[in-house]
Design a protein around this ligand. Structure first.
Ligand code: 8YV
Length: 317
C-alpha cells in the first residue's frame, strides 16, 4: 500500500509508517494545490494531510471509487477538510485527539501569562536596549492568581486549560459549552457568551473551527468584556472576527490579546503586530518534538486500521 505524507514529519513517524506502507514524503512545505489533491486521491491508498491542505469539496470531485480510502489528518482540528464531501466520495477522515491536548493547553497558559504580565513587551524593551533599570512602577501588569478565566468550549483542551488555571493559579473557572459537560474541577457553566465575557479576566477560546463556530467571537463578546480583561485564542482563526478584535483593542474595550491562530495564516493583520498589549505566536500549539511524534503515531495508527479494513480509532466522518 502507498501512502503520501503531504509534508515532512519527524523521522520517527516516517519510520513507523514505513513498517506498514510504501511511504512517499513530499518535501515541498507549501500546501497541496487542488490538482495535486485530486492526483493524490488516485495515486495513494491513504494520505496524511496537515493544517494547510484545504481539501474542499472540489478536491473530491470524481474521487468516488478512487484508490484513496482515508485522509488521516495530522492534528485534532480538521476544518480544512470537507468531511461530508470526503464521505460522499467514500473516504474516511481521521484526526489525532488526545495527543495535542496538554501542549495546546500549555500554549493557552503561555499566552495568558504573557499578556497578563506584559512579558513580550518587556522582552522587546530589553532587546531594544531601552531598559534603564528596575523601578517599582515599571511594566505593571495584571496579577493572575485568583482571577476568573472564562473558557469557550469545554472539550478536552478546554478542560486541560481549566485544570491548569484551577490547580496552578487558584483561578475561578466559568465556561460556555453548548451541551452539558462533566468537569472534574469546580467550574460554573454559563448560558451565554456575554455572561462569560462580563465575568472573566481572561476569555479563552477552545472550540473547533468552522461550521457554527465561525465568527462565534465578535463585537458583542468584546463589548461585554471588562476593559482590563485579556482575550486568548488557541483554537482556530475563523472562530474570531479579527476586525472586531482589532477595534476592541484600539478603543480600549479590552486590555489585551494573546493569539496563536489567525484567520488567514500565515497572514497576521499589521494592526495587531503594532500593538504592545498583544502577544502573537506562530501557531505553536503542538510544537514540541514528542507531541508531534505522538500526533504522527496516532495518525499512522489510523492509517493502518483504515487500510486493514477496520474502523480507525479516530474516525470523524
Ligand atoms: C497542529 C493544531 O500543529 O492539532 C491541531 O488542530 O492546530 C496544531 O496544533 C496542526 O493541526 C498540524 O497540522
Amino acid at each position: 500500500m502507498r501512502v503520501l505524507f503531504t509534508t515532512r514529519l519527524p523521522d520517527a513517524v516516517i519510520e513507523r509508517a514505513e513498517q506498514h506502507f510504501d511511504v512517499e514524503v513530499r518535501e515541498d512545505t507549501r500546501p497541496l494545490k487542488i490538482g495535486q489533491m485530486r492526483a493524490a486521491l488516485t495515486l495513494y491508498d491513504g494520505v496524511l494531510p496537515t493544517l494547510g491542505d484545504f481539501f474542499t469539496a472540489d478536491a473530491f470531485e470524481g474521487a468516488e471509487g478512487s484508490r484513496c480510502k482515508v485522509l488521516a489528518n495530522f492534528g485534532v482540528g480538521y476544518n480544512h477538510i470537507d468531511v461530508a464531501a470526503a464521505r460522499a466520495a467514500g473516504l474516511m477522515v481521521t484526526n489525532t485527539p488526545g495527543a495535542v491536548t496538554d501542549a495546546t493547553a500549555d500554549i493557552a497558559l503561555t499566552l495568558m501569562l504573557m499578556t497578563a504580565r506584559r512579558a513580550g513587551e518587556g522582552e522587546r524593551l530589553l532587546r531594544a536596549g531601552k531598559w534603564t533599570g528596575w523601578t517599582p512602577t515599571q511594566l505593571l501588569g495584571l496579577h493572575v492568581t485568583g482571577k476568573t478565566v472564562g473558557i469557550i468550549g469545554m472539550g478536552r483542551i478546554g478542560q486541560a486549560i481549566a485544570r491548569r488555571c484551577h490547580y496552578g493559579f487558584g483561578m475561578n473557572v466559568v465556561y460556555f459549552n453548548r451541551s452539558p459537560k462533566d468537569v472534574d474541577i469546580e467550574a460554573r457553566q454559563v448560558e451565554t457568551l456575554q455572561e462569560l465575557a462580563s465575568l472573566s479576566d481572561f476569555v479563552v477560546t477552545a472550540v473547533p473551527g468552522g461550521g457554527e463556530n465561525t465568527y462565534l467571537v465578535g463585537e458583542e463578546l468584546f463589548a461585554a468584556m471588562q476593559p482590563h480583561a485579556r482575550f486568548i485564542n488557541i483554537a482556530r482563526g475563523d472562530v474570531v472576527d479579527e476586525d472586531a478584535l482589532i477595534e476592541a483593542l484600539q478603543t480600549g474595550q479590552i486590555g489585551g490579546a494573546g493569539l496563536d491562530v489567525y484567520e488567514h495564516e500565515p497572514k497576521v493583520p499589521e494592526a495587531l503586530t503594532k500593538m504592545e498589549n498583544v502577544a502573537l505566536l506562530p501557531h505553536l500549539g503542538t510544537a514540541a518534538l514528542e507531541v508531534r511524534e505522538r500526533m504522527g503515531f496516532v495518525a499512522v495508527d489510523n492509517l493502518v486500521a483504515a487500510l486493514n479494513g477496520e474502523t480507525p480509532p479516530n474516525l470523524v466522518n
